[in-house]
Ligand binder design. Structure first.
Ligand code: FE2
Length: 285
């Protein structure tokens, strides 16, 4: 049974001092970016160890390159496993994407063609990583801006198949579903409906912005009303799921994020309360 429950935030350097100064009772757990702490020593690990004493943590990676065609990076996996042993996270996540090839990390989460071949490829790699780490992986759905002519299935079908075939779990980023649905012109509720609810381990919420007619997953704004509404819809499909807010740019004072996290608690409570659709509508608009 996993002990991580409730509502979390991403740990950012701007908030180290606030988390170290006093126990923040309004945060149940923290998500750390794995690569920031896959280092031999120094200040990041010092802060990590100190804050870990007061908060349960989960680990979120950006460089596993699970969709890439280059062999899995064994040095990376060794360092990831060492960090898992240090942090003892509730779970370990990364993204449904590829991030580089020929030894080059492009530091971007690049889209995959949703084909049978890709599905077999990615499931085989997920299984190998899970065997190596001795635990299930949690994979996050991406935000995308292009689709491939080679696609053989919609993303939600690919994700659902991946979860069952590789026996992994999903980090369901509700903002990513919303952003991608807008950019590709599909109904985000159809995406949510197709997800195997029991496989959803964590939810991400974040802000986005409009650029040249597209929605771009910038993580630099508060969560918008449409994403709050899709979050409520998601909870009614999945039941209660540990939820966190991602903010990676325009990072405000911690208090502002804590207020936004309280709003997530309210939406969560109303979405799961019996027969209160009107109240949900009022609090998400
Ligand atoms: Fe996310």
């Amino acid at each position: 049974m996993n002990s991580i429950k409730g509502f979390g935030l991403g740990l950012r350097t701007e908030h180290y001092a606030a988390f170290e100064a006093e126990a923040q009772k309004r945060v149940d757990w923290l998500e750390v970016i794995s690569e920031n702490y896959m280092v031999p020593g120094g200040a990041p690990l010092w802060h990590l160890d100190r804050i870990r004493r007061d908060f349960p943590m989960v680990m979120h990676g950006v460089s596993l390159n699970i969709g890439g065609t280059a062999p899995l990076n064994l040095d990376y996996l060794r360092d990831l496993k060492a960090l898992v042993q240090r942090v003892q996270p509730g779970w370990v996540s990364d993204h449904l994407c590829w991030t580089g090839t020929n030894g080059v990390n492009m530091h971007d989460l690049l889209p995959l063609p949703y084909t049978r071949e890709t599905l077999l490829h990615i499931c085989e790699r997920i299984e190998r990583v899970q065997d190596y780490l001795g635990r299930r992986l949690v994979i996050e759905n991406p935000s995308t801006y292009v689709a491939f002519a080679a696609d053989q299935m919609p993303e939600w079908e690919f994700v659902g198949e991946m979860l069952l075939r590789a026996d992994c779990e999903l980090l369901l980023d509700v903002n990513n579903v919303y952003v991608s649905s807008f950019n590709h012109g599909y109904d985000p509720q159809n995406y949510i409906d197709a997800i195997p609810a029991a496989r959803v381990r964590q939810i991400h919420l974040a802000g986005h912005e409009t650029q040249d007619g597209y929605l771009v997953d910038t993580h630099d704004h508060p969560v918008c009303d449409a994403v709050w509404q899709l979050y409520a819809y998601t909870l009614q499909h999945c039941g209660g799921v540990p939820t966190m807010i991602e903010r990676d740019d325009n990072i405000p004072a911690l208090g502002e994020l804590l207020d936004e996290l309280d709003h997530a608690r309210l939406v969560h409570a109303l979405a799961l309360a019996p027969a209160h659709p009107k109240a949900i509508e009022e609090c998400t608009t």
